[in-house]
Write a protein that binds this ligand. Structure first.
Ligand code: ATP
Ligand code: ZN
Length: 299
């Protein structure tokens, strides 16, 4: 019997995207067996294996069809796109969907005491970055000429070392900038993780699994914020209560045995339910309010 073709997915080996990527795959039902320090994780219950690599290698691995899929930051793929364009080439990987992790932004930051009043302040400056193409594109679009100092890391200390006047680096909370007395002044790119795929057509079995995986990812992202809410209420308060339930479709209304004017309401809410909402529900007449997490959802 012919062996089933297996999908190969590239994931960052060790870094900020590793845990959230593996967490997403686990939530999609993948059981991965992986020996310590092994480069390849074997999918025990799906025809999908995970290749662990440096994040910067993921776009190439996917566009060269070494891997069928990859999980990587938008910052990395957009830098790659511009780098290829500068060489007259076109990126061949395709973005399948944006994911709700790896949120950060590529920003310009100046030493705290430095005056800054708009992009023209960048004219003639030396800017340290590991993203020369994204930065170059940003400057070019604004007609600014500056010197891009390309580094391979430790960008945030470049101004102190006298290697640059300011920096262009990834920021999420801003604590690294603060620790280095830098002030964020412009956003070059808002980023998050992206699922990318090979430009090569997939065999039917692989295509089916990519589609299944995408549906599961969809389900995982939907349930993240979603909650199942159950409560009792007077029938007369139904309209007010429906109005208060955040992001819910038509709730299920169930008659309560022996209480003709009271009902049970069950609903899926697709937004966070805050204490304020529960308090408002209670004021509207709700009682026995229960909010439950949803583990899986399939639309
Ligand atoms: P590698 O060894 O794989 O090349 P790296 O040092 O390039 O690792 P990380 O610092 O682990 O990579 O970041 C990986 C990705 O995580 C980034 O490209 C970006 O998409 C995302 N990210 C999210 N928040 C941040 C942040 N605050 N700083 C840097 N990257 C972030
Ligand atoms: Zn990297």
């Amino acid at each position: 019997m012919a062996e089933q073709p297996r999908l190969k997915l590239a994931v960052q080996k060790s870094g900020r995207l590793t845990d959230p990527s593996l967490d997403l795959l686990a939530r999609c039902g993948l059981k991965l067996s992986r020996g310590k320090d092994q480069l390849l994780g074997f999918g025990e219950n799906m025809p999908l294996d995970v290749l662990f690599v440096r994040d910067d290698d993921i776009p190439d691995l996917v566009q060269e069809d070494v891997c069928d899929l990859g999980l990587v930051g938008l910052n990395v793929i957009e830098e790659k796109r511009l780098e290829l364009a500068a060489r007259g080439a076109t990126a061949r990987f395709e973005a399948l969907r944006s994911l709700d992790f790896g949120h950060c932004r590529l920003s310009l930051a100046v030493p705290a005491e430095h005056p800054y009043d708009g992009v023209h302040s960048l004219q003639g400056r030396r800017i340290a970055t590991t993203y020369p193409f994204l930065l170059g594109h940003f400057l070019e679009q604004r007609g600014i000429e500056a010197q891009i100092v390309t580094l391979s890391g430790a960008v945030e200390i470049a101004p102190r070392l006298g290697r640059a006047d300011l920096i262009c680096d990834l920021v999420s909370t801003g604590s690294t900038l603060q620790a280095n007395h830098l002030r964020e002044v412009e956003t070059v790119l808002q980023s998050h993780a992206v699922l990318i795929r090979t430009p090569v057509a997939l065999a039917a079995e692989k295509r089916t699994w990519v589609e299944r995986l995408l549906l599961r990812v969809e389900g995982v992202e939907q349930v993240k914020e979603s909650k199942y809410i159950m409560l009792h209420a007077p029938r007369s308060a139904l309209a007010a209560i429906r109005h208060l339930l955040p992001g819910s479709e038509s709730p299920t209304v169930i008659a309560l045995e022996g209480a003709p004017d009271r009902v049970a309401v069950h609903a899926v809410c697709r937004e966070t339910i805050f204490w304020e909402t529960l308090e408002a529900l209670k004021r509207a007449g709700a009682s026995a309010v229960l909010v439950l997490p949803i583990e899986k959802m399939l639309a």
